[in-house]
Design a binder for this molecule. Structure first.
Ligand code: GDP
Ligand code: ZN
Length: 371
């Protein structure tokens, strides 16, 4: 199956770290020709200097923090993270640029944190509260990095054009379920449909509503469905994910009309430029609820999960799992397969079982771009 799911390598390219790019080019050069002793010495020296600079920076921040008279501990939420510092929103909506205490770990957008205000107006994060859930990004080296925390809703955006293959919709749903988050679907750009086409499309997507996924037809052009979308997001911390071009940015602009202004206000309040690299941002929705967005969040894809965890992520399979004759049933041609039985009795849609097999096969094969 060929999908538009980006490979982990292309995911990384959203966050080019200047340092690692430099190191990579050094490594490439090293591979091309043997280094003279002088060159090796120079590289080592550069690395030592870099390390010393980083240590000095850290020590400087720590000294600043010690010198300052810090206020009492308060609760807040990370609304943007820049690596070495974060923007924390206090319960009254005030924004504070905060440094991080050493050995704190990395707070990410959506984290609930304890922080203290400093005498110079900025603050320091002293504790990260435990996370209810986290969106994890798989790195090409096999490592993992959280990019957003404490999400409770994932909206999978699909469109009338470009259409999203069912297999890819299932991958998004499975990825969300695997995080323990119940997703919903947004069918955007319904203004492009001829009369009667919507009913047809809804019928083909009814497989999802039958198993409990809400489907919200919407259009950013006619504003159709936006109230239903607001209701689905209300009171939650959500992300909108989906293929490129389905209209996620357009939907976010409709939901948060001041999204640009808000970004500018954030930058102004915290004294950082608009183009400061940030991994993600949390936007308050008018009313109640918040939306976390970033290019990385939008590229949300199914990570490399153990094959045994794929089945339960197909929610309608759950009552049948564990009831096959063979404990290691692959749900293909084995006799006494409870999932096949459920397909025969129309309790499971055969397309969903086929999707399940494609996902398990792609995980086993480890094809790049399919994970
Ligand atoms: P993203 O890549 O998912 O963020 O998609 P964008 O928000 O950038 O939208 C991709 C294209 O679809 C843009 O040209 C939008 O103007 C267009 N678009 C977004 N929503 C709608 C819609 O509801 N109807 C129509 N006709 N076009 C839309
Ligand atoms: Zn089976």
């Amino acid at each position: 199956m060929k999908t538009a799911t980006p490979s982990p390598a292309s995911l990384l390219s959203f966050y080019p770290s200047r340092c690692s790019t430099l190191e990579r080019s050094e490594i490439r050069h090293m591979a091309k020709r043997r280094l003279t002793r002088r060159q090796s010495w120079r590289i080592e020296k550069i690395q030592q200097e870099r390390q010393a600079r980083a240590q000095r920076r850290e020590a400087h921040v720590e000294t600043l923090l010690e010198d300052e008279h810090l206020g009492p501990e308060q609760e807040g939420r990370v609304v943007a993270s820049y690596g070495a510092s974060v923007d924390v929103e206090d319960p009254a909506g005030g924004l504070h640029r905060c440094h991080l205490r050493q050995h704190l770990g990395t707070p990410v957008c959506g984290d609930h944190v304890a922080w203290q205000v400093g005498s110079r107006g900025n603050g320091v994060v002293v504790a990260i509260r435990s996370r209810r859930s986290a969106l994890i990004r798989e790195m090409p080296d096999g490592g993992e990095r959280p990019i957003a925390a404490n999400l409770d809703r994932v909206g999978v955006v699909i469109a009338t054009r470009p259409t999203t293959p069912m297999g890819l919709i299932d991958r998004y749903l499975v990825a969300a379920e695997h995080l323990g988050i119940h997703p919903f679907l947004v069918l955007n750009k319904i203004d492009l449909l001829e009369p009667g086409e919507l009913a047809e499309l809804e019928e083909s997507l009814a497989v999802y509503s039958r198993i409990g996924y809400e489907l919200i037809p919407a259009s950013t052009v006619t504003a159709h469905g936006l109230d239903a979308l607001r209701a689905a997001l209300g009171g939650h911390t959500s992300v909108l994910v989906g293929q490129s071009g389905v209209g996620k940015s357009s939907l976010i602009n409709c939901l948060i009309p001041s999204v640009e202004a808000r970004t500018a206000a954030l930058s102004e309040a915290t004294g950082k430029g608009m183009h400061t690299t940030t991994t993600a941002r949390l936007y308050r929705l008018p009313g109640d609820g918040s939306l976390i967005d970033s290019p990385g969040v939008r590229e949300f894809a199914l990570g490399h999960i153990p094959a045994a965890e794929v089945g339960p992520a197909f929610i309608e399979f759950r009552p049948f799992l564990g009831h096959c004759r063979f404990r290691d049933c692959a749900h293909r041609d084995e006799p006494g397969c409870a999932l096949r039985g459920a397909v025969d009795s129309d309790a499971i849609d055969p397309r969903r079982l086929a999707s399940y097999h494609r996902i398990v096969d792609s995980l086993a094969g480890g094809e790049p771009g399919q994970r």
